[in-house]
Ligand binder design. Structure first.
Ligand code: C2E
Ligand code: CA
Ligand code: CA
Ligand code: CA
Length: 279
C-alpha cells in the first residue's frame, strides 16, 4: 500500500506538472492568437416568430488555431478569464461585432442589431464603458443597435461593479439581456430594479419543455412575469417546430436556436438575411 501511495503521488504530481505546462502553452497560444488575428466571430440570428423576421444576431467567438483548427469557446473562455486575456479578447469581439453589423446595416438587409457576451471579469476593467462607446463611434455603429448579454449568475455575484457599468451602458442607449435566465438566483425584487431589457430563458428549460410539465410551467411563468415587468423575453436553444408552436401559444415572441439557424460566419449570415427577406 505504501509503494502504491508513492506511485500514486508521483503520477499525480506528474499529471499536475503536465496540466500546468499545457495551460501555459494554451495561454501563450491564446495571447498570440488574439494578437495575430486568429479569433473568428459566428453570428446566430434571433428570430421573431410572430412576424417571421430576424431581430438581432448574437456574436459568438471561435478560435481558429493554426494547428488544432476551429476551437469552441467553452475550451478557452475559462483560461482567458483566469489569465485576464478575456479583456483583449472581448475588446476584439466588441469592435469586430460593431464593425460587421455597421456594414450589414448599411447594406439595407433589415438588420442593425447585434449582441455580445461579456464575462464578469471584464466588468472589473475600469474603462469598459469608454471602450464600448469608442468602438461604436469609430465603427459608425449606433449604440442603440448594441446589446450586452450578461449571465444571471454574473449579475447576482457581482452586483455593485456589474450594475453600475450596465447603468452607464444603458445611458448610452445600449440594451442589456440577462443570459441563461432561470439557472441563477435572482429574486423577483432584483428583476424589478436591475438595469435589464430582456430575459433569455436558458436552453435547459426549452430542451425539456415538451416532455416535462414543470419545465413548461417554468417557461410559461417566465414569459408572463417578463410581460408584467415590461421586459422582453427570448427562448434560447429552440431546435424543433413543436417547440416553436408551444412557445407561440405561450406568447413568447422571440426565439433563437438550431431550428432557425446555427451560429453562422458573416458571409453566411448575410445570405441568411437575404433569403429571409426574399421569403
Ligand atoms: P451562450 O451565450 O449561452 O450561447 C449559446 C450557446 O448555445 C452557443 O454555443 C450556441 O452555439 C449554442 N446554441 C444555440 N442554439 C442552440 C440549439 O438550438 N441547440 C444547442 N444544443 N445549442 C445551441 P457556443 O457558440 O459554443 O458558445 C458557448 C458559450 O461560450 C456561450 O454560451 C457563451 O457563454 C460563451 N461565449 C461565446 N462567445 C463569448 C464571448 O465573446 N465572451 C464570453 N464571455 N463568453 C462567450
Ligand atoms: Ca449569450
Ligand atoms: Ca445562454
Ligand atoms: Ca450558457
Amino acid at each position: 500500500a505504501k509503494g502504491n501511495g508513492k506511485n500514486t503521488f508521483r503520477f499525480y504530481s506528474q499529471e499536475v506538472h503536465e496540466a500546468a505546462d499545457w495551460r501555459m502553452k494554451l495561454e501563450g497560444d491564446l495571447r498570440r492568437g488574439i494578437e495575430e488575428g486568429q479569433l473568428v466571430l459566428h453570428y446566430q440570428p434571433k428570430y421573431n416568430i410572430m412576424t417571421n423576421t430576424v431581430t438581432s444576431a448574437e456574436a459568438l467567438v471561435r478560435w481558429n488555431h493554426p494547428v488544432y483548427g476551429m476551437i469552441p469557446p467553452n475550451q478557452f473562455i475559462g483560461v482567458a478569464e483566469e489569465t485576464g486575456l478575456i479583456v483583449p479578447l472581448e475588446r476584439w469581439v466588441i469592435r469586430q461585432a460593431c464593425e460587421d453589423m455597421a456594414g450589414i446595416c448599411q447594406e439595407g438587409l433589415g438588420l442593425c442589431h447585434v449582441a455580445v457576451n461579456l464575462s464578469q471579469v471584464h466588468f472589473h476593467q475600469e474603462d469598459l464603458v469608454d471602450y464600448i462607446q469608442q468602438a461604436c463611434e469609430e465603427t459608425g455603429f449606433s449604440p442603440s443597435g448594441l446589446e450586452i448579454e450578461v449571465t444571471e449568475s454574473t449579475m447576482m455575484n457581482n452586483q455593485e461593479v456589474v450594475v453600475s457599468k450596465l447603468c452607464s451602458l444603458r445611458e448610452l442607449g445600449i440594451q442589456v439581456s440577462m443570459d441563461d435566465f432561470g439557472t441563477g438566483y435572482s429574486s423577483l425584487s432584483s428583476l424589478k430594479t436591475l438595469p435589464i431589457n430582456c430575459l433569455k430563458i436558458d436552453r435547459s428549460f426549452i430542451q425539456d419543455v415538451l416532455q416535462d410539465e414543470s419545465s413548461e410551467a417554468i417557461v410559461s411563468l417566465i414569459i408572463s412575469m417578463a410581460e408584467h415587468l415590461n421586459l422582453n423575453v427570448i427562448a434560447e436553444g429552440v431546435e424543433t417546430e413543436q417547440q416553436v408552436e408551444l412557445l407561440r401559444q405561450l406568447e413568447c415572441r422571440e426565439v433563437q436556436g438550431y431550428f432557425y439557424s446555427k451560429p453562422l460566419p458573416l458571409e453566411q449570415l448575410i445570405a441568411f438575411l437575404q433569403r429571409s427577406a426574399g421569403a
